[in-house]
Design a protein around this ligand. Structure first.
Ligand code: XMP
Length: 425
């Protein structure tokens, strides 16, 4: 890292990430550290040009007063103390921060995605040498960007494993193969595990059991693929900065175990490669874009790990799973056509495990309903529904009813979170 950096020290504020993002938006790199960081550790951080002590109300966390070690002040760069008495960063402070980083610390605004990529490529080559790296490539934003970055740094020393568990959206496995194997020339192992997952899930109704089966089976398939390979020393992961910040700079606790590592057996020992671990989500997307990944991969909406498995309610059946996949594809297509893609935070369809009576071709039918969900949120903790134009809903409804087999009704879920959650399971 050759760029200037502002260190933010967490003294119990909820605004650490907001301030780090603000500073980065000015083109100056910034990282968040726990309050008990030592002078030696801070000195090791490259190019620290200033320190922000970011305190919450009275700098008290869980009833305990916290402060930085006093010798930190001898580091020889300017300090700015921010003590909020509200929870939100007051607007007035924004200009103080800007003036601090440029007028007081004389930072150069030279941090951007191009030099982030250059730095990472250099660091990755140094860390990995001529060894091999394994990556579970789901096709989600984070793993896709990690893959693209590693391909740029080490080419075919990266081995990607894409597990198709049958619960991905329409076209996703094909897109992973097309983009990574055909366009980027990646060393990609494609594991068609659809039957294996669906057999394991057959008859399982409980949503938590379904999640556990999908998670455990994923690790098993990935482990089996990893064992077939020789000479892999590293495991790449799409850990991003919120994963690290949320795991407790305040308490100085270790980073939480990430699911795809925690589950691997002891004898499969890999060193971790986490090139995105200092990027926020929007920066990860910008990095993917700069690396040439397609927009629909980089800007895609959130998608749960268990995929369509939690949208095919109750015990998963192949007919309903296909109907969820097809109706979701129609919904996404119509949202894109009508300028709603990228505007609505998350939208999808789901199918409950209850049929209803209808009429088709002058005869009674007994078919599935499709439910449409479209929500907006900032942090997924609460959500409001999108007020979709009736004409768009009408079009989506008529397409689903005519194109998706076994469906005779379409409903729109009007429930906010709370009381509902975003997903139904
Ligand atoms: P809920 O349904 O809890 O969802 O309001 C909030 C957000 O989390 C996503 N979600 C999941 N993501 N594994 C995931 O990786 C899961 O099991 C899971 N369940 C929900 C959901 O899509 C929404 O964005």
């Amino acid at each position: 890292m050759k760029q200037d950096m502002i260190a933010i020290i967490d003294l119990g504020s909820e605004e650490n990430s907001a301030i780090a993002r603000l500073i980065r938006s000015y083109g100056v790199y910034s990282e968040i550290y726990a309050h008990d960081i030592t002078l030696e550790a801070l000195k090791k951080m490259p190019n620290v040009k200033g320190v922000i002590l970011n305190g919450g109300p009275n700098r008290v966390v869980d009833g305990v007063k916290i402060d930085v070690s006093q010798d930190l002040y001898s580091i020889g760069v300017p300090f700015l103390a921010i003590d909020h008495d509200t929870d939100k960063c007051p607007q007035g402070k924004v200009s103080d921060i800007k003036s601090f980083i440029f007028d007081t610390c004389h930072c150069d605004a030279n941090w951007n995605m191009d030099n982030f990529i250059q730095d990472q490529v250099e660091l990755l080559r140094k860390q990995i040498g001529n060894k091999k790296v394994l990556l579970a490539l789901s096709g989600g934003v984070d793993s896709s960007v990690v893959a693209a970055l590693l391909i740029k740094a080490i080419g075919n020393q990266l081995v990607c494993v894409h597990v198709n568990h049958g619960l991905l959206r329409k076209g996703e496995p094909e897109q992973v193969v097309r983009v990574f194997r055909e366009e980027l020339g990646a060393n990609l192992i494609y594991s068609d595990s659809v039957d294996r997952f669906l057999d394991k899930l057959a008859g399982v109704e409980d949503p938590e059991k379904k999640r556990k089966i999908i998670g455990a089976e994923f690790i098993r398939v990935f482990e089996e693929e990893a064992r077939k390979l020789d000479g892999i020393d590293f495991l790449a992961q799409g850990t991003i900065y919120p994963d690290i910040v949320e795991s407790g700079t305040k308490t100085g606790k270790a980073v939480k175990a990430h699911h795809n590592v925690g589950g691997l057996p002891e004898d499969l020992k890999f060193e971790l490669v986490e090139p995105l671990k200092y990027l926020f989500k929007d920066e990860v997307r910008a990095c993917g874009k700069a690396l040439g990944l397609p927009d629909d991969m980089v800007y895609r909406q959130p998608f749960p790990g268990p995929g369509l498995g939690v949208r095919c309610l109750g015990a998963i059946t192949r007919d309903r799973l296909e109907a969820v996949r097809e109706s979701d594809a129609i919904l996404r297509e119509e949202f894109a056509k009508n300028g709603l893609q990228g505007k609505v935070w998350q939208y999808f369809t789901l199918i409950p495990d209850t049929k209803s009576v209808g009429v088709r071709d002058n005869a009674r039918c007994y078919d599935w309903p499709v439910i449409i969900r479209a929500v907006n949120t900032v942090d997924a903790m609460t959500a409001t529904i999108e007020h979709i134009d009736w004409a768009i809903l009408d079009k989506i409804t008529s397409r689903i009813l005519s194109e998706v087999k076994g469906v005779n009704r379409v409903c729109y879920d009007l429930s906010p979170k709370p009381t509902a959650t975003i997903e139904w399971e």
